[in-house]
Design a protein around this ligand. Structure first.
Ligand code: GDP
Length: 198
């Protein structure tokens, strides 16, 4: 029972797809506190009463919510647990990252992973690990910088370039996002729909 729509449009309530129905998925991953919840709230207007379907993990949940685009095509947005939470014990962190890795490895309908990063700091081990895993699993992914409203305009280009070089990606492929200003929303929607339906 659920769910939502892009924030610009009227929320929709859809019935839960039957298990035989394949709904393409886009998953969102990133370190704790990167701004994932804020981004998902910006991208998708969730009804407060809507229930998300939960895949229970030992320590955390993976939330899936169904969304309809303007052409009434249904897909699923997947909110993966934040990883690399420093206050969590190493064994819990490992459990959590194994849980995420298992999910990523087992979803046939997964079309894109949006990996949220903070380009104000050098690439963190957990992020590099995530990119390595995605490459190993041969899953299409997009690196997106969050909270870019916090970056001075004059510093942007250098930060993106430095980050891109460090993770060996083209700087142009890194999406710039801000949940505060809405920057990047259209570009992210376009990239998602392209991966999901083309
Ligand atoms: P999560 O742990 O990845 O889900 O991160 P949250 O969405 O809870 O955000 C963590 C903190 O960053 C909160 O204090 C948010 O208000 C803040 N934040 C999230 N997105 C943005 C953004 O685009 N711009 C700014 N300036 N702050 C943000």
């Amino acid at each position: 029972e659920f769910i939502g729509s892009f924030a610009d449009h009227v929320p929709v309530v859809l019935s839960k797809p039957s298990s035989s129905e394949v709904v393409p998925e886009v998953a969102f991953a990133g370190r704790s506190n990167v701004g994932k919840s804020s981004l998902l709230n910006m991208m998708c207007k969730r009804k407060s009463a809507a229930r998300t379907s939960k895949t229970p993990g030992r320590t955390q949940n993976i939330n899936l919510f169904l969304v309809k685009d303007l052409k009434a095509r249904v897909y699923s947005m997947v909110d993966l647990p934040g990883y690399g939470f420093a206050k969590m014990s190493k064994s819990l962190q490992k459990q959590s990252s194994d849980f995420i890795a298992n999910y990523l490895a087992s979803r046939e309908a997964l079309r894109l992973v949006v990996l949220l990063v903070d380009i104000r700091v050098p690439p963190q081990d957990a992020d590099i690990g995530a990119m390595d895993l995605l490459a190993e699993l041969d899953l299409p992914f997009l690196v997106a910088a969050t909270k870019v409203d916090k970056i001075r305009a004059s510093e942007r280009a250098a930060l993106v370039k430095g980050y891109a070089e460090a993770v060996r990606l083209d700087a142009e492929t890194i999406l710039m996002l801000s949940s505060q200003t809405g920057e990047g929303k259209q570009a992210l929607q376009a990239a998602m729909l392209d991966a999901l339906f083309s």
